[in-house]
Ligand binder design. Structure first.
Ligand code: SAH
Length: 215
């Protein structure tokens, strides 16, 4: 067995310094080789703390944002998690190490297929990938303990949030007036109301409403 990639140790230390303090989250990041999720031409930057381009004009998120969003979700091994925006599959892979099962939806077939191949190569068998419009959620599998959206929603995604269990947490970037998004944490109370906390400003590719792309 080869040793742990030294660049991942550097990355984990930098994330810890920037506020990712949950050791389970840091452990999941350490065990997930980001280079596998990054295109060939960006391999030199695979462990940099920055977003990078992937196919279909999309991006793999910045590791700090992946770490902070995962930490906000407070995932444990009993959680059934829904992710909207599979992209490279990196965020789903991190979640799969911390939860019982991950359901992830991507509108680009190319990205979904590439992500599935990566999950198989890492033997992450608790992730189910679907090609389609994530704004509708996954009604057949609802309700979910946790929901994460990794694309910027124009407004509060009520259809998705209706699939969140009482006691559940959702983390969603929602467009604000400054042309970026505010990361919002929604908590469904045991009595069914929705609490909202604005966490920080973020910048994601848009969550696109409607038709599935089959590219
Ligand atoms: N979580 C990803 C980052 C993905 S970028 C990662 O770790 O790499 C956001 C992704 O959301 C893009 O791949 C984009 O195609 C997808 N997306 C945008 N709108 C969508 C929708 N309505 N349904 C499903 N996926 C969508």
């Amino acid at each position: 067995m080869t040793g742990v990639e030294p660049r991942v140790i550097q990355l984990v230390m930098s994330l810890r310094g920037s506020g990712v303090t949950d050791r389970h989250v840091l452990g999941a990041i350490e065990r997930t080789p980001r280079n596998i999720f990054v295109p060939e031409r960006f391999q030199d930057h695979a462990f940099d703390d920055r977003a990078l381009p992937i196919d279909c004009g999309q991006t793999i998120s910045q590791p700090l944002i992946v770490g902070l969003m995962t930490q906000l979700l407070k995932v444990d091994d009993r959680c059934k998690v829904l992710e909207i925006g599979t992209g490279s599959g990196y965020q789903a892979a991190i979640l799969s190490r911390l939860s019982r099962r991950v359901y992830t939806i991507e509108r680009y077939r190319t990205l979904a297929k590439e992500a599935e191949a990566r999950f198989a190569s890492l033997r992450l068998t608790n992730i189910t990938t679907r090609i389609g419009d994530g704004t509708k959620g996954w009604p057949e599998q609802a309700p979910f303990d946790r929901i994460i959206v990794t694309a910027g929603a124009p407004i509060r995604p009520d259809t998705l949030l209706s699939q969140l269990k009482p006691g559940g947490i959702a983390v969603v970037p929602v467009n604000n007036d400054s042309g970026t998004q505010t990361l919002i944490r929604y908590t469904r109370t045991e009595t069914g109301e929705l609490d909202e906390d604005a966490i920080m400003d973020v910048r994601f590719v848009p969550l696109v409403d409607g038709e599935t792309k089959t590219l």
